[in-house]
Design a protein around this ligand. Structure first.
Ligand code: CA
Length: 230
């Protein structure tokens, strides 16, 4: 299991260092940014597993940045924990309304921080275990990992399954190869972009006998899209 990557966005260097030290000690891979602009560059390069976001930042505030992250398809599911010195209830509400997953008031102990991060990362796992995804006659059972085309059970490798699960839960949108690598393979894995093409081919081959390979569409110059519209 690869270490989870945490991005800390905080303009106060002593706090950043304390957090980095605590998280490295807990086995996390940590990256730092002093403001939202730097954080965005960081995120675009590689998506972290969680972001610790200070409320009061120079430039774009943490709260506005959290809102922006939750609006962007790429970062919508990225868990956000807000760090703040403000303890008022009103601020708390505002923080959670921005889409933050949790909230820590400064000063906090490294232990408390690690416990909160663990809790949020756990929550961020497979959300509803008993959920089913459907597309045309294709169905995917998130609990048993069974994929069926009508009455027929489809056999596929674990990567093809994860790829299909991602596609079926994010239909009608184009993903670049690097976005798919981040979202399906995970941000800690170094694989070449053409690996995506290989697994797309395998997935289509599984779907083809049932006529569903057309759902996995190549978008020239952009990437791939899962769509029930031809
Ligand atoms: Ca600050």
């Amino acid at each position: 299991m690869n270490a989870k990557r945490i991005l800390i966005v905080e303009d106060e260097q002593p706090i950043r260092e304390m957090v980095m030290f605590a998280l490295a000690g807990a086995g996390y891979e940590v990256q730092e940014a002093a403001d939202a602009r730097q954080a965005q560059i960081n995120i675009t390069e590689r998506l972290p597993d969680l972001i610790l976001l200070d409320w009061m930042l120079p430039g774009l505030s943490g709260i506005d940045y959290a809102r922006r992250l939750k609006k962007d398809e790429l970062t919508r599911e990225l868990p956000v924990i807000m760090l703040t010195a403000r303890a008022e209830e009103e601020d708390k509400v505002q923080g959670l309304e921005s889409g933050a997953d949790d909230y820590i008031t400064k000063p906090f102990s490294p232990r408390e921080l690690v416990a909160r991060i663990r809790a949020v990362l756990r929550r961020g796992g497979p959300a509803a275990e008993d959920e089913m995804l459907y597309a045309s006659g294709l169905s995917l059972d998130l609990a048993s990992h069974r994929v069926s085309a009508g009455e027929n059970l489809l056999e596929m490798g674990p990567t093809e399954y994860r790829l299909l699960e991602f596609f079926m839960s994010h239909p009608e949108r184009v993903y670049s190869r690097s976005q798919l690598l981040d979202r399906v393979w995970g941000s800690n894995v170094y694989v070449e972009e053409r690996t995506v093409d290989v697994h797309i081919r395998r997935l289509r081959k599984v779907l083809e006998p049932h006529g569903y390979d057309a759902l996995v569409q190549t978008v020239r110059g952009a990437g791939y899209r899962f769509s029930t519209r031809v």
